[in-house]
Design a protein around this ligand. Sequence first.
Ligand SMILES: O=C(O)c1cc(=O)[nH]c(=O)n1[C@@H]1O[C@H](COP(=O)(O)O)[C@@H](O)[C@H]1O
Length: 272
Amino acid sequence: MNKAALFEQIQKKQSFLCVGLDTDLSKIPSHLLVLDDPIFEFNKQIIDATADLAVAYKPNIAFYEALGAKGWESLKKTLDYIPQEIFTIADAKRGDIGNTSGLYAKAFFEQMDFDSITVAPYMGVDSVKPFLAFEDKWVILLALTSNEGSADFQLIESKYGKPLFQEVLEKSLDWGNTDNMMYVVGATRGEKIGEVRAIVPDHFFLVPGVGAQGGSLEEVAKYGMNASCGLLVNSSRGIIYASKGQDFASAARQEAQKLQEEMKDLLTRYCH
Ligand SMILES: O=C(O)c1cc(=O)[nH]c(=O)n1[C@@H]1O[C@H](COP(=O)(O)O)[C@@H](O)[C@H]1O
């Protein structure tokens, strides 16, 4: 899927919502636990309840690999169940020396058919490029993350007098293009999103941190939206764990719908 197709879907659904499938056996409703594959059953119902409101799904790989072979199976079934036109993100935060990155890319782009993968930039160009060798696939590079520890390195001033996240953005600009690279920018960083947008005006951002981490959707749109929307805003726990009961899927839909309605309004105000 290219940038134009992604924007088309955003316009059609009036949404830039990414639903995070951070599916945890200890948090899903107990009535599902008797089933053969509770993780997949949970995801399936969440997808059924939100597919018309979401433009992307982001399974966080940790939640699946923590369960061993069975977890990978649930992940594959989930990925195959997601409707074709919806963008998929393997939130794996990979990146290693070139030949190893190439195999991570094969795992997520060939063994599984994800549209994109989150990648850590720390090891530099040769750790990122192998992911970009796959046609129609995307790298989502960590730029300014939502967590408290992001200040430990990302905000440190480099020898050129710029914060490290800025070096990451500037340096990586010519590694890919706006049809195969996005950047992670946390919703908890408010006006800093504007600083990132000034450096990379045309790229899409994956923005986690609304919902459970308290980031403001309004601020994200105000500082980050561009003429092609340029945003995929993720919420995981805030949507998928809206209820622990039999009504978990409809409760998830309600939360997703609240965000979508706000997004519709924000698209009208800021997407130009
Ligand atoms: O790459 C990510 O998706 C990510 C980057 C970041 O800076 N912060 C962040 O929270 N995430 C992920 O986004 C999701 C946030 O989940 P909730 O806080 O439950 O909405 C988790 O899967 C995180 O791993």
